[in-house]
Design a protein. Structure first.
Length: 547
C-alpha cells in the first residue's frame, strides 16, 4: 500500500512540475488535444482491418477521384452492367416482365401456364449431369414424396409450437438424427436453419457471445483458413467481429497449422476447419486444429455444409477419411447442409453443437418486448414448416442404407474424374480431393479459356481464383452412365486444342477474372459484383405481358 502511495505521489509531483508556470488555458488545451489524439490512435488500432489495408483503401479512393480514372472506371462498369443484363434477358428469351399486379387475378390455368414457361427457361441440361453442384437431385420418387409432404405442411409455422406440435417434433428428430450421424454424445444438440450460410453465422454468433459473456473477451475474432466458405466473412461483417484468414499449403491446399497457431491471440473466440472446403474439395486437418483448440481453450467449428451427408457415411461406403466429427476431442460444432447430399429441398441445413451450453448463446431472447417474451433459435422468426417436414421425409425415406449407397456412387465418380483428369496433358488436379469436388488448373494455358469452351459444350462449372482453377462438384446426377466419361473427354479434347493452338483472345471469363484479380482496388471488384446483383433484380422490359 505504501509503495502505491509513493508512486502516486511521484506521479502528482511530476504533473505539477510539467504544469508549473503554464497558464490554465494551455493546460486545458494540451490535455484535450492529447486525449483526442490518444482516442484517435486507439480507434485506428482497434478496427478490424489492418492499418496497411486501410491505408491502401484510402490511397485508392484518392486515385479514383482523379477525373480521368473515375470516368474510365464508370465507363467499364456501365459496359459490364449492360453486358450482364443482356445475358440475363437472353436467358429468358428477352420476354417482357410483369411490373404491376394484374387488375384481375389470373385463372389457375393461366398461372400454371406461365409458371411452366418460366421454369423452362435456361440452356443448361442439369438433368443430364452438366451442372457442377447446383441441383442435388435424389430421384423422381423422392421428388414426388417431398412435394406431397410439403403440400400437407404448407401453412405450418414452427414459431408456434403449440399450434403445430408435429412440425416441432419433426425438427427435433432431424436435429437428433444429424447429431447421431456425427457421433454426438447425449448432450449434443442443434437447430435447423435456412441454409449453410445461416448455420455458419449462427455458430459465429454463439462463439462471439460465449467469448464476451463467459470468457470476458471484449473484441472477439475468428480464425479461418483462406479456403473456408465466404459465409464466415459475411458472419463477421453482420456480427461486427474481426476475422483473420490463415494461409494454406499451396500443394495440399490444407490449412497451415503452424501459421494458425501463430495467429491465435487472447481475442480468438473460434477456430475453423472445413470438411471439405468448397474450392478444391480438401478436408482440413481437423485433428491438428482440435489440438490447438484444446491447448488454447478455443471452440472449434467444422464446416461440413458441402459434404456432410457424404463424409458421415464414407467409412461405411468403403472410403477412409481423416477424423472430423464429435469423436475428435476439441470439435465443439458442425454445420451440415441437408439440402445438398441429404437430397432435401433447398432452404434446409443444421448447425450442431457438442454441448447445450454453446447453443444457448446462439438463441435470441427479448424479455422486455410489449408483445411478450420473444425467443427464436436462429435468425428467422416465422419459418416454413413445409421445408422441415420435407427434410424429415427425405431423411426417413433414404435411411442410412440409402445414403451409404449414394455416397459410394458419388465418391467413386469423383475418384474417376480425379484419376481421369490427371492423365490429361496440360491439366493438374489441385491437391488430393477426398470427397466430391475435383478442381483442375493448367500450366500450359489460361484455365479460364478451358472454362469458356466447356461452357459452350453445355457444362456449367465453377470458376475459382487465388489460384486460378475451375472445379466440378459431383452430385448423384453425375453418377449416371457416361457422364464422367463425357466430362473427361471434353476436358481432354479442349485441352489438346488449347495447347496446339493457343487462342489470341483468352476468352470472356479469362479476361474478367484476370482483370478482377489484378485490380489492387478491391472496391472496384465489389462494384462489378453489384452489377450482377442489380441485374438479377432488374426488369428492363417494362411492358406488362397483357395477361
Amino acid at each position: 500500500m505504501n509503495s502505491v502511495t509513493s508512486y502516486f505521489s511521484k506521479l502528482t509531483d511530476l504533473v505539477d512540475k510539467i504544469c508549473e508556470g503554464k497558464k490554465a488555458w494551455t493546460i486545458v488545451a494540451t490535455t484535450s488535444a492529447t486525449t483526442v489524439a490518444v482516442m484517435w490512435v486507439a480507434d485506428i488500432l482497434s478496427q478490424n482491418e489492418s492499418i496497411t489495408d486501410r491505408t491502401k483503401k484510402k490511397f485508392m479512393k484518392l486515385i479514383r477521384k482523379i477525373p480521368g480514372v473515375q470516368n474510365k472506371i464508370s465507363e467499364e462498369i456501365n459496359k459490364l452492367s449492360s453486358s450482364i443484363l443482356k445475358d440475363m434477358n437472353g436467358n429468358i428469351n428477352n420476354d417482357s416482365y410483369i411490373t404491376e399486379l394484374p387488375a384481375k387475378g389470373w385463372s389457375k390455368e393461366q398461372v400454371m401456364e406461365i409458371a411452366a414457361k418460366y421454369n423452362a427457361y435456361g440452356a443448361y441440361k442439369w438433368q443430364d449431369g452438366y451442372a457442377s453442384g447446383t441441383v442435388y437431385h435424389g430421384g423422381e420418387e423422392l421428388s414426388q414424396l417431398i412435394t406431397e409432404i410439403y403440400g400437407m405442411s404448407i401453412w405450418t409455422n414452427p414459431l408456434h409450437t403449440d399450434v403445430f406440435p408435429g412440425i416441432r417434433k419433426m425438427e427435433a428428430e432431424v436435429v437428433r438424427m444429424c447429431c447421431s450421424m456425427f457421433k454426438g454424445g447425449s448432450d449434443s444438440c442443434g437447430t435447423m436453419t435456412s441454409g449453410g450460410t445461416e448455420s455458419i453465422i449462427m455458430a459465429c454468433k454463439a462463439y462471439r457471445n460465449y467469448a464476451m459473456e463467459v470468457k470476458g473477451i471484449k473484441k472477439p475474432e475468428i480464425l479461418v483458413p483462406v479456403t473456408a466458405h465466404a459465409a464466415f466473412d459475411k458472419g463477421a461483417e453482420f456480427l461486427n467481429i474481426s476475422i483473420k484468414h490463415v494461409p494454406v499449403d499451396p500443394k495440399t491446399m490444407k490449412v497451415d497449422i503452424k501459421a494458425m497457431e501463430r495467429m491465435i491471440t487472447k481475442n480468438t473466440c473460434m477456430l475453423v476447419g472445413s470438411a471439405p472446403q468448397f474450392p478444391h474439395g480438401i478436408i482440413d486437418p481437423i485433428e491438428s486444429i482440435a489440438c490447438l483448440a484444446r491447448k488454447y481453450d478455443i471452440p472449434l467449428h467444422v464446416d461440413a455444409c458441402l459434404g456432410g451427408f457424404l463424409i458421415a457415411f464414407a467409412a461405411d461406403a468403403g472410403f477412409n477419411l481423416p477424423k472430423f466429427d464429435f469423436t475428435v476431442d476439441g470439435v465443439t460444432s458442425i454445420s451440415c447442409d441437408t439440402h445438398k447430399y441429404g437430397f432435401t429441398p433447398k432452404g434446409s441445413s443444421v448447425v450442431l453443437y457438442s454441448k447445450k451450453k454453446y447453443r444457448h448463446f446462439q438463441f435470441f431472447v427479448q424479455t422486455d418486448w410489449p408483445g411478450g417474451i420473444y425467443a427464436t433459435p436462429a435468425i428467422s422468426g416465422s419459418r416454413p414448416g413445409g421445408i422441415i417436414a420435407a427434410t424429415w421425409g427425405a431423411m426417413i425415406y433414404y435411411g442410412r442404407e440409402g445414403y451409404i449407397d449414394t455416397t459410394r456412387e458419388i465418391l467413386r465418380t469423383a475418384k474417376k474424374l480425379d484419376e481421369g483428369c490427371r492423365k490429361i496433358p496440360g491439366i493438374q488436379v489441385m491437391g488430393q480431393p477426398e470427397v466430391s469436388v475435383v478442381a483442375i488448373t493448367s500450366d500450359k494455358y489460361n484455365i479460364y479459356s478451358l472454362f469458356d469452351r466447356m461452357t459452350k459444350k453445355g457444362w456449367n462449372l465453377n470458376a475459382l481464383q487465388f489460384p486460378n482453377c475451375i472445379h466440378i462438384a459431383v452430385t448423384f446426377l453425375h453418377t449416371k452412365e457416361g457422364v464422367a466419361e463425357r466430362f473427361i473427354a471434353d476436358v481432354a479434347s479442349i485441352s489438346e486444342e488449347l495447347i496446339k493452338n493457343p487462342p489470341e483472345d483468352p476468352g470472356e471469363s479469362a479476361a474478367m477474372y484476370g482483370l478482377a484479380q489484378s485490380l489492387p482496388d478491391r472496391s472496384i471488384v465489389n462494384e462489378f459484383a453489384w452489377c450482377y446483383l442489380d441485374a438479377c433484380y432488374s426488369s428492363s422490359n417494362n411492358t406488362p405481358n397483357g395477361k
